[in-house]
Structure formats: structure tokens, C-alpha cells
Design a protein around this ligand. Structure first.
Ligand code: PLP
Length: 445
């Protein structure tokens, strides 16, 4: 019996009662290796003493103070920490409670920036197919994830979509990765010109596409070319690092690996690593000053922005990652995980591509490796894998629709940064048994 409207009301879920390191435990005593950090949230694993202590201390000192009346120390410190480490030119942070709120803030900031500066016709956002930027109506409007949009299509705000940068599916046979990256980015310029550059407000993209495509990093040069195009036409560039940021790909901000500084960056998930709901919008000084000089203030806010306990938890998470040198570990562990997956899953004959950056790793499954033909969407292989993995005591984040929004199955791995080598080996063994069972049940069906 439950009074909760669960995500899937037909299936009852195990009751999580305890978390320790990379493990979660349910009320029946079953243990699950958290190989996706939930949805790329858990970075320090579960039950981290330092973070728990920071939350306890902050709750005892000051749980809440409304930001219309009072500033608070944890949010000031966290903002300074992030700005000190952000790409060049970043000067301000707007805190919120999650990824969707961060996207809303980015879209509204971009719009108000143009409006305040007299470019009132700039109302169009450009985004990419097979992307996800959040569940709220504004964020969903710029999300290319077909399944999540469908019931709401008619009440979403207009947005233009270009193809994602997805080398496994779209790179030409005689094209280098760099050539492909440039070609994919040039679609943005064509779309801006088709809409009329003076009407475009911003372009939003995930530097490494997370759940919708399964850890697909931008091809070399893609984001730099996007940056160039946006600057040329006065279009703001929003990097959605809700999933790929905060160290998940081996650097605090994913876009620095592409040598790019966007105008706006959104982060959430790993920011407080699941210990508190927390998100943030980072704003370049130029764009911030442009809006403030013209409009005086950002016309936006929520009750819980800059929440002291959320910010204290996030600061403890981020300081721990830095002091424990975990980002170096992320890059090494990511490589190790990809090779473990290749060795274990490879022999099953259904692995089309293993990709990702750092500990954001994706495996795309195909029914024919040579032709890259996906499994039939009706089989819902990804859902079978999720189920089979759960019964193996493994939590991964499989998804469907990577090929065209409907077909294509992938599995996303995003273990906590503290995962040890033997944890990675265990992930390899358990996911192999789960995929084997799911594929066999598909053949039997
Ligand atoms: C890239 C990206 N942006 C935004 C969001 C929305 O974040 P939230 O679910 O915290 O609202 C997500 C969530 O999965 C995401 O992966």
C-alpha cells in the first residue's frame, strides 16, 4: 500500500533503508551496487561522514533565511568556490534546488538579458534532438527527448531543434571526427540564419549528452565551433552540465575539456551529490553585467534559492572531492570501467558502442554490430535490462530512443567517484549477467 504517486504506479519498488559507500540496501536486506549514482547524482557514495556532519552543523546553526531579506554564509562560500574554479569570465552564481530549476533560470536569464538591452525580438531558443534539460514546462520546451515531450507537446513553448553531435550514428564514412564535429556544429549556424539571427536568444546543449543518448561526448572541435557561431550572432550559449558537470567527466566543468567558456552553465546532481537537493546557474560576468546594467535585477526567484543546508552540503561535497584528489581518480576509473565493460559485455555480441568521459559511461546495444541495427523498440530491451540488473543487485540507468527518439537501447553508468577497482569489476560481472538474461528473455518472447 502506498499513498505516493510513484513514477510507475503498476510496479511496487523495494524500500531503500540504508546507504553506505557504493551500496544501497532495502528493507528486505537486499544490497544494490549503485553503478549509476541514481541518475549520476551520487559522487561521494552514501553515508559520507564529513557531509553528514556539515549538514548537521548547518541545520543546528541556521536552517533557513529567505534570500529577499538576508544573505547566508554557506551560499556565499559555495558561490566563491565555484566561481574560483569556473571557466574564464564567470562572475556570478544563482542557486536553486535542481536541474530543471537551473535550466529555467538559464532560459529566463537569457531572455531578460536581450530584453533589457533592447533586443526584444530575441525570443527563439535552439536546442538539439535527443536532449534533456528538465521536466518543468520551460525546460521541457527546449528538451528534444520525444518520449518525455509527447503528452505536453501542445502546451510547450516553441523551440527549434538541430541534430545532436552523435558520432557513432552520424559521422560520415570518409569523415574524421573533427570534420564531423564541424559539420554538426554548422547546423547551428544554418538554423540561426533560417530563423533570423536577431530573433535567436540562446542555444542550449549538454557538452556530454547524458541520459537521452547514453554518455555521448561532443566530437573534437564541436563546442568550440558552437562558441564561435553563438558569439558571431549575439546568441547566448548555455552549457547544461546538470549531469556531466561537477567532476563527473574528470574536470569540475565538462566544457573546459573542450577549451570552451559558454555564457551560462547549469549544474545540479553532483553539486551536492544527493545529500541535499541543489542546483546552480553560473553566469559570465559580461552577461551578468549586461543584464544588471540595463534591468537592475534578474526578475526571477524561488523560496528555496541559496538554501543554507543545501549549500553547506554542496560545499562539503565539493571540498572533499578536491581535497581527496578524486577528479584524477574519475578519469582513471572511467577508462578502467570502459575496458571492463568491453571485456565482459563484448562476447555477448550486442555491444555497438562503448563511450563516455570520466565516470559518465554509456553502452549502446544493437541487434547487428555491422549494420548498427537497433533492437525493435517494442521489445523495450532497456527496461528488461533495468529489471534484470535490479535482480542482480545492480543499479544502472538504461534508456531507449537514442537512435531517433523511439528505437535504440543504451545503458548509462555513473558510479560514485569513490568506486574502487573491485567495485568496477563487480559492475562488469553483474551487468553482463543482466544483459544476457534480458537478451535471452527477448529471444524467448
Ligand atoms: C542534462 C540534464 N539537465 C537537466 C536535468 C533536470 O534535472 P532535475 O531532474 O534535477 O530537475 C537533467 C535530469 O536528468 C539532466 O540530465
Amino acid at each position: 500500500m502506498t499513498s505516493i504517486l510513484h513514477r510507475d504506479p503498476k510496479n511496487s519498488l523495494p524500500l531503500a533503508v540504508h546507504g553506505d559507500g557504493v551500496w544501497l540496501e532495502d528493507s528486505e536486506g537486499r544490497r544494490y551496487l549503485d553503478a549509476s549514482g541514481g541518475a549520476a547524482v551520487s559522487v561521494l557514495g552514501h553515508g559520507h561522514r564529513r557531509v553528514i556532519e556539515a549538514i548537521r552543523e548547518q541545520a543546528a546553526n541556521l536552517a533557513y533565511a529567505h534570500t529577499a531579506f538576508l544573505a547566508n554564509e554557506p551560499s556565499e562560500k559555495l558561490a566563491e568556490f565555484l566561481i574560483d574554479r569556473a571557466p574564464p569570465g564567470f562572475g556570478r552564481v544563482f542557486f536553486c534546488s535542481g536541474g530543471s530549476e537551473a535550466t529555467e533560470a538559464a532560459l529566463k536569464f537569457a531572455r531578460q538579458y536581450h530584453h533589457a538591452r533592447g533586443e526584444t525580438e530575441r525570443t527563439i531558443f535552439i536546442a538539439r534532438d535527443q536532449s534533456y534539460h528538465g521536466a518543468t514546462l520551460g525546460a521541457l520546451s527546449v528538451s528534444g527527448n520525444k518520449g518525455r515531450r509527447t503528452p505536453y507537446e501542445s502546451i510547450l513553448s516553441p523551440c527549434r531543434f538541430i541534430e545532436p553531435c552523435y558520432a557513432y550514428r552520424h559521422q560520415g564514412e570518409n569523415e574524421s571526427l573533427e570534420q564531423y564535429g564541424r559539420r554538426a556544429a554548422d547546423a547551428l549556424e544554418r538554423e540561426i540564419l533560417a530563423q533570423g539571427a536577431h530573433r535567436v536568444a540562446a542555444f542550449i546543449a549538454e557538452p556530454v549528452v547524458g541520459a537521452t543518448l547514453g554518455a555521448v561526448p561532443a566530437a573534437p572541435g564541436y563546442l568550440a565551433r558552437v562558441r564561435e557561431i553563438c558569439s558571431r550572432y549575439g546568441v547566448l550559449f548555455i552549457a547544461d552540465e546538470v549531469m556531466c558537470g561537477m567532476g563527473r567527466t574528470g574536470t569540475l566543468f565538462a566544457c573546459t575539456q573542450d577549451g570552451v567558456a559558454p555564457d551560462l552553465i547549469t549544474v545540479a546532481k553532483g553539486l551536492a551529490g544527493g545529500y541535499q537537493p541543489a542546483g546552480a546557474l553560473l553566469i559570465s560576468s559580461e552577461v551578468h553585467d549586461g543584464l544588471i546594467a540595463s534591468a537592475g535585477r534578474f526578475e526571477h526567484g524561488h523560496t528555496y534559492i541559496g538554501h543554507p543546508i543545501a549549500c553547506a552540503a554542496a560545499l562539503a561535497v565539493q571540498e572533499t572531492i578536491e581535497e581527496d584528489g578524486l577528479l584524477g581518480r574519475v578519469s582513471r576509473a572511467g577508462e578502467a570501467l570502459r575496458s571492463i565493460l568491453a571485456q565482459n559485455l563484448g562476447p555477448l555480441g550486442v555491444v555497438g558502442d562503448i563511450r563516455g568521459r570520466g565516470l559518465l559511461v554509456g553502452v549502446e546495444l544493437v541487434s547487428d554490430i555491422d549494420t548498427k541495427a537497433p533492437f525493435a523498440a517494442s521489445l523495450r530491451l532497456h527496461a528488461r535490462i533495468k529489471q534484470a540488473a535490479m535482480s542482480e543487485g545492480l543499479i544502472v540507468y538504461p534508456g531507449g530512443g537514442c537512435v531517433d527518439g523511439v528505437s535504440g537501447d543504451h545503458i548509462l553508468f555513473a558510479p560514485p567517484f569513490i568506486a574502487r577497482d573491485d567495485d568496477l569489476e563487480e559492475i562488469g560481472r553483474r551487468i553482463t549477467r543482466a544483459v544476457q538474461r534480458a537478451v535471452e528473455s527477448e529471444v524467448a518472447a
